[in-house]
Design a binder for this molecule. Structure first.
Ligand code: ZN
Length: 174
């Protein structure tokens, strides 16, 4: 009586069986080949008449050798498959590492033109000390402990203020 569970998806079962058995098929072939050669040898040594040895040589010797070669080929193919699997794995690791290195937060960003410190982007609001001649980014040490007024960049420029050379809230050439 057949097991019904196995008939539900025979393709999956065969695929699974193929994967599980594949590494062993080579050895099975080599073992059978060795067995045939051994039987052929026993047959040959048991037959005194040369003409009667030939069938043993053909089936045992040549058949056994053939099975051994097929087994060795299957083993080699399995090794190659494993090897290429390792190779793919290494390649994927390198790609992932590369991606991680490229997406480091302090890596230069190509599309915004802003580097790690935020230099290059013009802030929407800047700070200016009353009576001073320059404007600053939020958090600049030059205005850290001073009473600074928050302005838009346009207002700071219209007042004739120049960008601080330390925090460089804007390019000085404008
Ligand atoms: Zn500053």
């Amino acid at each position: 009586m057949p097991d019904e569970r196995d008939e539900r998806d025979p393709k999956m079962l065969w695929r699974w069986a193929g994967r599980a058995i594949r590494p062993w098929i080579g050895w099975v072939f080599i073992g059978l080949g060795a067995l045939l050669i051994l039987l052929g040898y026993l047959g040959v040594s048991g037959e005194a008449i040369v003409a009667k040895q030939i069938p043993y040589l053909v089936s045992g010797g040549i058949g056994g050798l053939f099975l051994c070669i097929v087994g060795a080929y299957l083993l080699g193919a399995e090794e190659l498959r494993k090897g290429s699997g390792r190779h793919d794995h290494l390649e994927r690791l390198v790609e992932e590492l590369h991606a991680v290195l490229l997406t480091r937060p302090d890596a230069p960003s190509s599309d915004t033109g802003i580097d790690a410190a935020g230099n290059g982007a013009e802030p929407a609001a800047v700070l200016a000390v009353r009576g001073g001649e320059s404007f600053h980014r939020q958090g600049c040490v030059m205005v850290a402990d001073k009473d600074a007024e928050e302005l838009t960049l346009e207002t700071a420029r219209s007042r004739g203020l120049s960008p601080c050379p330390l925090c460089e809230p804007a390019s000085a050439s404008v």
